[in-house]
Design a protein around this ligand. Structure first.
Ligand code: DOR
Length: 448
């Protein structure tokens, strides 16, 4: 790839709660200069962004790319390319692969694999189990973004349910502890009741009643209580109910919070009313809940009770998803369309551009101490996304980059598209095409 300076002219840059008309000069993999007007030098490659908006590349703090071991569903190469087409330039990937990322050896293997296969910047969360505290305490905190704990079982059977172990982990790790919260006993009880009633033919609409509000609240309130008791740094993944919002605060800045929360695209876009049309294609853990919950999540996001926007991109094959309720796995592919969905929400007046950027770019960088990314700043890595806020398009199968070849958004009309993506100073997505060479880097974390 060419390494000349790149000059981006006439951009409307959305960054740090402002929208500024300016030019950007990129040198190598970093942003060299941001100014009202920068004149090109001979040899500079000029891109005229007239009429377009530019935001920092998104940092998605929760994706499942399925490699190693589950590559019939997806792989790092396919999903990282889809991420770039969706404006996500950096991802934090989850440990429920096969083998699970619960030893330093497996973690190192995944990193090595990504170094040759990823097209977006990468880092891998480490999975906690009932018996790997020694491994957790020996992790390199400049390379591992966070620890992931499943406090409710989901794809991959990684439940951590020993209270003593949990207390030790919470008391002793310096890492952010990212948690999947759904109470196992409550889910089992609800599932048994549904099986008694419907046999194997449980309607998908029962999903939010099985993986219920009560299951979510019980588990997340216990995690929050343990974090308060131990002083741990807790991040609650994919909040899906109005009730859980009472566990979080918005009276202090993110930098001072010890307990933070995330909301995902699907919980903001879909509601229980969509099960009838979409069926198991919108089966997620935690479940998509009621319209009232969805409205509360938008409110919580806009009022800063919720700190981060992420996808929980979790592909399964269409064949797997088309099974009956009890057999169909939870999860679906999202990285290519999360940002267009948010831009559509912007066009509908649900959220500002500044808020989208704060929650998808700045806040993940703050929360995980991501080094030199998440903002458009001189000296920072040049990870940028060029947006056309007026472009309308329909999600069609032919345009999907996911290996699994389906999307819960098929047939949806979006307003707001990703036109181009710059990664570490290289145009890696433009005119609908992914550049054949990777420009990805491993993320590092600014921690002592
Ligand atoms: O719906 C989900 N799918 N939720 C999770 O927590 C895991 C994910 C997966 O890996 O399939």
């Amino acid at each position: 790839m060419s390494n000349s300076k790149k000059l981006i002219k006439n951009a409307k840059v959305v960054n740090e709660n402002l929208i500024l008309d300016c030019d950007l000069l990129i040198h190598g993999n970093r942003i060299e200069k941001i100014a009202k007007e920068i004149l090109p030098n001979p040899g500079d490659e000029v891109f005229d962004a007239q009429g377009k908006y530019i935001i920092p590349g998104l940092i998605d703090d929760q994706v499942h790319f399925r490699e190693p071991g589950l590559t019939h569903k997806a792989c790092i190469e396919s999903e990282s390319k889809a991420a770039l087409a969706g404006g996500i330039t950096s991802f934090l990937e989850m440990p429920n692969t096969q083998p699970q990322t619960t030893t330093r050896i497996e973690w190192e293997e995944k990193n090595k694999r990504a170094a040759t296969t990823s097209f977006a910047n990468y880092a891998f969360m480490f999975g906690g189990t009932n018996d790997n505290l020694d491994e957790i305490l020996a992790l390199d905190i400049k390379r591992v973004p966070a620890l992931k704990l499943f406090l409710g079982s989901s794809t991959g059977n990684m439940l951590v349910d020993n209270p003593k172990v949990l207390k030790s982990i919470f008391s002793r790790t310096k890492l952010v502890i990212a948690v999947h919260c759904e109470d196992e006993q409550t889910i089992r009880k609800n599932l048994k009741a549904a099986l008694d009633r419907y046999g194997d033919d449980i309607p998908i609409a029962e999903h939010p009643l099985i993986r219920s509000e009560e299951a979510c609240y019980l588990s997340s309130s216990q995690a929050v209580a343990l974090a308060k008791e131990t002083g741990a740094r807790l991040h609650v993944f994919h909040v899906s109910t109005a009730k859980e919002l009472e566990l979080f605060r918005n009276d202090i800045p993110l930098e001072e919070k010890k307990i933070t929360a995330e909301v995902c695209t699907h919980h903001l876009w879909f509601s229980a009313d969509d099960y009838q049309e979409k069926g198991t294609h919108i089966k997620w853990n935690p479940a998509v809940k009621s319209k009232t919950d969805r409205a509360a999540l938008w409110e919580g996001l806009n009022t800063d009770l919720l700190d981060v926007l992420a996808t929980d991109h979790a592909p399964h094959t269409e064949e797997e998803k088309n099974q009956s309720y009890t057999k169909a796995p939870s999860g679906g592919p999202l990285v290519q369309h999360a940002l267009p969905a948010l831009l559509t929400a912007y066009n509908q007046g649900k959220i500002s551009l500044e808020k989208i950027v704060q929650k998808s770019c700045h806040n993940p960088a703050i929360l995980f101490d991501v080094k030199d990314r998440g903002y458009i700043r001189e000296g920072y890595f040049a990870d940028l996304v060029v947006l056309d806020l007026d472009k309308e398009f329909e999600v069609v199968k032919e345009d999907l980059l996911y290996q699994c070849g389906w999307s819960p958004f098929e047939g949806t009309q979006f307003k707001g598209s990703v036109e181009r993506t710059l990664l570490n100073g290289h145009w890696v997505f433009a005119d609908g095409n992914i550049h054949p060479d990777s420009a990805a880097m491993e993320l590092t974390f600014d921690r002592e």
